[in-house]
Design a protein around this ligand. Structure first.
Ligand code: N2P
Length: 352
């Protein structure tokens, strides 16, 4: 039997490269116990880092978790391996609506399986922001807190953090200006760059992972961050009983949906083990345990009965249809625009 032979020849190792703060305590442990496969688990906190490893090749990783629009580029660059669906019977558990959404990036869902999903948004420390705004009421548009100098210059006093990733900040700035999140027009980025320059003095931290604790302990009161991360900060503040009340705002204007997807690099040394992992994650209890720990929605319909009631009903985790519809679906942009994005962001960050 070819499959049996291949499996027998594959050493019992699986190398995973995933986002930080994105897994439950027992996810790896249970997989290792059950399969006898030793997992090496490394983390990153932005797509740019992951992509450069894949482009360089020979990363040694068997499972990577790019955001969908980055995975699209990696598929086009032949950096990912087609999934063998015969090894993934648990695909039956996934929500057909989410599979259909991902198919716009990955036709027929041939390369990618959604790990979790969320959105890029604004998180606040409710009391500190109120205090920093003085008599000013909270803006109706959550994005004003970070993009309108009138608000941003006030909340600066209690700490403003931005994701340290060009491909997260530019779409948010573009949408604030009423432009498409994934515009293919360089002139739009010039405008976004101008906007970013006006608010640069108010950004006190660039972070895509450390900001979770900074929010939880009160060092940062406003973050342009990811929905689940901000909910993790909220939970950590509650656990620490430190009085910080953290809240994820669901913007009433467009925001970017984020689908992070499991994929197997084309040169993965252990593709069989990688399939075992993907199929394991798609078990209802396993997918639910991820959501229960990190407050990102999962694509697994069958998992919902294992998701904690308060989380299943939390509209900042599982968005309402109306909120979802307002948000931008993933789209990749061509290489020349990616360079414009990087340049615009670097100028913003360095303040030049
Ligand atoms: C995990 C962040 C993942 C969401 N901490 C952005 N891809």
């Amino acid at each position: 039997m070819v499959t049996g032979l291949a499996q027998a020849q594959e050493e019992k190792v699986l190398n995973i490269y995933n986002w930080s703060d994105y897994i439950a305590e027992d996810t790896v442990k249970n997989f290792e116990k059950e399969t006898g496969i030793k997992v090496r688990y490394d983390v990153f906190d932005n797509n740019e880092i992951l992509n450069s490893k894949l482009v360089a090749g020979k990363s040694g990783y068997d499972i990577v978790v790019p955001t969908a629009q980055w995975a699209r580029l990696q598929i086009e660059g032949k950096l990912l391996r087609k999934l063998d669906k015969s090894k993934l019977p648990n695909l039956k558990n996934l929500d057909p609506a989410i599979q259909a959404k991902l198919a716009s990036i990955d036709p027929n869902n041939e390369y990618l399986v959604d790990w979790l999903w969320g959105y890029t948004t604004v998180g606040i420390n409710v009391n500190k922001v109120k205090a920093a705004l003085g008599g000013m009421p909270m803006p109706a548009n959550a994005w004003d807190l970070v993009f309108d100098p009138k608000y941003a210059s006030k909340v600066k006093s209690c700490g403003v953090s931005f994701l340290d990733s060009p491909s997260e900040v530019l779409p948010a700035a573009l949408m604030y200006l009423g432009k498409p999140a994934y515009s293919k027009n360089a002139a739009d980025y010039a405008e976004a760059g101008k906007l970013l320059q006006t608010i640069r003095p108010n950004v006190t931290l660039f972070s895509s992972s450390g900001y979770i604790n900074d929010m939880a302990n009160g060092a940062v009161c406003v973050a342009l961050g990811w929905s689940g991360d901000i909910n993790i900060a909220r939970q950590r503040a509650l656990d620490a009983k430190n009085g910080n009340v953290i809240e994820v705002l669901v913007p009433k204007t467009p925001a970017a949906l984020v689908f992070d997807t499991m994929a197997i690099p084309a040169d993965a040394p252990h593709p069989n083990n990688a399939h075992l992992w993907i199929n394991y994650i798609m078990r209802p209890e396993v997918h639910a345990s991820l959501t229960n720990k990190v407050f990102y929605a999962n694509p697994n319909t069958a998992s919902m009965k294992f998701v904690r009631k308060d989380i299943a009903g939390n509209k900042t985790v599982f968005l309402s249809d109306a909120d979802k519809q307002r948000m931008a679906a993933p789209e990749s942009v061509p290489a020349d625009i990616r360079r414009v994005i990087t340049r615009t962001y670097t100028k913003f960050k360095t303040g030049r």
